[in-house]
Design a protein around this ligand. Sequence first.
Ligand code: ZN
Length: 71
Amino acid sequence: MAKGLTRCNVCGKTAEQVFEGQMLISIHDRIGYGSKYDGSMIDLDICSDCFDKLIDSFTEKCAINLIKENF
Ligand SMILES: [Zn+2]
């Protein structure tokens, strides 16, 4: 994706508004067999603020912690 057009999927802010100097989590991949989204593409960009909120709620659903601290 061209620079400047990247937007956080969650809050909709552009890269210039939130991503400067911050990490940006991107997942761009084809979804494979076994998912009901098989054959679709995932086009996901998340700013660090939304990532934190997402992980906070997602971690509660996980049996195994996905965050490794002080790795
Ligand atoms: Zn965001």
